[in-house]
Design a protein around this ligand. Sequence first.
Ligand SMILES: C[S@@+](CC[C@H](N)C(=O)[O-])C[C@H]1O[C@@H](n2cnc3c(N)ncnc32)[C@H](O)[C@@H]1O
Length: 321
Amino acid sequence: MTIQTTFIQQKTDKILRSPLFYVGDKYKLMPQLKKLFPKPIKTYIEPFMGGGSSFLNTQAQNYILNDIDSYIISLHEFLSSGAKNPFFLQQIFTLIESYHLSCSLKNIIPPKDLREAYKKTYFARFNKESYLRLRDEFNANKTDMLKLYILLIYGFNRMLRFNSKGDFNLPVGNVDFNRNVLKALNDYFYFIKDKNITFSNADYRDFLLSIPLKKGDFIYLDPPYLISGSEYNKLWNENLESCLYELLEKLDSKGIAWGLSNLLTHKGKTNMLLKDFTKKYLTYNIQSNYISFNDNSTKKDSVEVYVTNVKQTSTIQDSLF
Ligand SMILES: C[S@@+](CC[C@H](N)C(=O)[O-])C[C@H]1O[C@@H](n2cnc3c(N)ncnc32)[C@H](O)[C@@H]1O
C-alpha cells in the first residue's frame, strides 16, 4: 500500500479533526459553531485551545492560541514543526517500528492467533509491553514530544493523563496508528503550513490581558465545564468561571467580539452562573451528543449552548432566549 505523506488539499467546507483526538473536542459541533462565528476575522484568539479542532475549522489572518496545559502546547508546537519537516512522518514510523508496535496503516497487525483469541482487545494485548516501555522512556525526562504523541495515539481513549508525580500514566488502548491518524495529521499540516500562528501557555486571565485586542478580532472560548466531569475540569471552579464572565463583559464594553461554548444543564444540574450570564447576550442552543468522560452510559440530558456578543446579520439559527 502507498502511504500518502504529502499534504492533501481539503475542500474548504470539510470539518477537520485534530490529530490530538482531544477528549471534549468541538470537532462534531463545528458545523453549527462556525456558522455563528463572525466573518471576516483578523486575529482568531482561543484561550482554551485543547486539541485545536476549533481553530482548524476557522479562517482568519492570524491565530493566537493558548492553553494552561504545557504538554498540549508542546504537542501543538511539535506538530507545527512537522508541517515544515518532510521527514516527520518517517520519524513517526521509525519510532513505531523500533518499539515493535502494531501499525494498521502499514498492515503491521497482531498475529492471527492473538486476533482470534482476543477479538475485541488484540491491539491492546499486542502493544501493551512495548507501550509500557515507551511510557517509561518518555517519563525518564518528559521532553520527547514524538514519544508523547505516539503514547497518545496508542493510549486508552487517546487521552493525556498524568499522575500526581507528573508521570504520564495512561494505560495502553485498543488502538494504533491507522488511516484516521494519518488523515488528521495531513489535514493539520495542510491547514497550518501557511498560517500565522502564535502558541501561548498561560492561565486564560494572564493570556487575555497580555495580548493586544482590536476590533475585527474574535475570541472563541471553550472552557472546562463547571457541571460535568473531565480530566481538565479538575482545574476549574466557580471563581474562575465568574472571573471569565467579568472579563467577557469588559471585552464587550470595548467592542471586542467573542463567543463562548458551555453546558447549561447536565444530569439534572444547572450552571446558574452561566444561566445569569446568558440573559445579557445572544444564546444559541447547540445540538450535541454530550457524553460524560467517566460515564459514557449517560443518556442525552444536557443542554449545550453558545453565548456571544456578535450580532448575526442574518438569522442562521433561532437564538434560545
Ligand atoms: C473543553 S477543553 C477545550 C477543547 C477544545 N475546544 C477542543 O476542541 O479540543 C478546555 C481546555 O481548557 C484548558 N484549561 C483549563 N483551565 C484553564 C485555564 N485556567 N486557563 C487556560 N486554559 C485552561 C484545559 O487544559 C483544556 O485543554
